[in-house]
Design a binder for this molecule. Structure first.
Ligand code: DAT
Length: 172
């Protein structure tokens, strides 16, 4: 009897507005993986310590999130979508994709979401300071971290294709 193929787990991270959810959904559809948006899970399963009014976001409880996801990650074939990445166990991921967007493109995307000024400023600064990519490089082996530009729909299409090819190669 042959053992079932191990399907890799992928983290899609980046500053809010860089396209994590849209890109993750498209990858999941293309390859039949399960897309898990951590922000949504936190809200649904109440894996938080209340709501931050200033930044209009839930204060995520990292231990609860890890406990909830641990058995799910062991199944393989998951795409985790979150703007932070330093608290996930390193062993969970075979590939970490960091989406990047130019500020001139990111600003109107965040504005369109009706984010307040604090939240827009925080996210724009986060992208300028390369906070997420540095966090990813500090948390995972260099060879599994891949930075991809996400400025246009063309970029998005290329990124989905790139990840799909990566998966095919991984599973070959
Ligand atoms: P995130 O999950 O990183 O917060 P999202 O997937 O919700 O981002 O995308 C935010 C908005 O920007 C949404 O309206 C789709 C759009 N968008 C994202 N990436 C894009 C891209 N590469 N080209 C054009 N639009 C994009």
């Amino acid at each position: 009897m042959t053992s079932p193929t191990y399907r890799p787990n992928i983290l899609v991270t980046g500053t809010p507005g860089t396209g994590k959810t849209t890109t993750s959904e498209l990858i999941a559809l293309a390859v039949g993986f399960q897309h898990i948006e951590v922000g949504k899970l936190v809200k649904e399963k109440q894996l938080h310590n209340g709501f931050d009014e200033e930044f209009q976001s839930w204060l995520l409880d990292e231990d609860k999130v890890v406990d909830e996801l641990e058995p799910i990650m062991q199944e393989g074939g998951k795409i985790i979508d979150h703007h932070g990445c330093d608290f996930f166990p390193e062993r969970w991921f075979d590939l970490v994709v960091v989406l990047r967007t130019d500020n001139s493109v990111l600003y109107p995307r965040l504005k369109k979401r009706n984010y307040n000024t604090n939240k827009i400023t925080e996210n724009i600064e986060c992208e300028i300071m390369e906070v997420v990519v540095e966090e990813a490089r500090a948390s995972y082996k260099e060879e599994i971290v891949k930075e991809l530009q996400s400025n246009s729909l063309n970029d998005m299409e290329d990124n989905v294709d790139w990840v799909e090819s990566w998966i095919n190669e991984f599973e070959a």
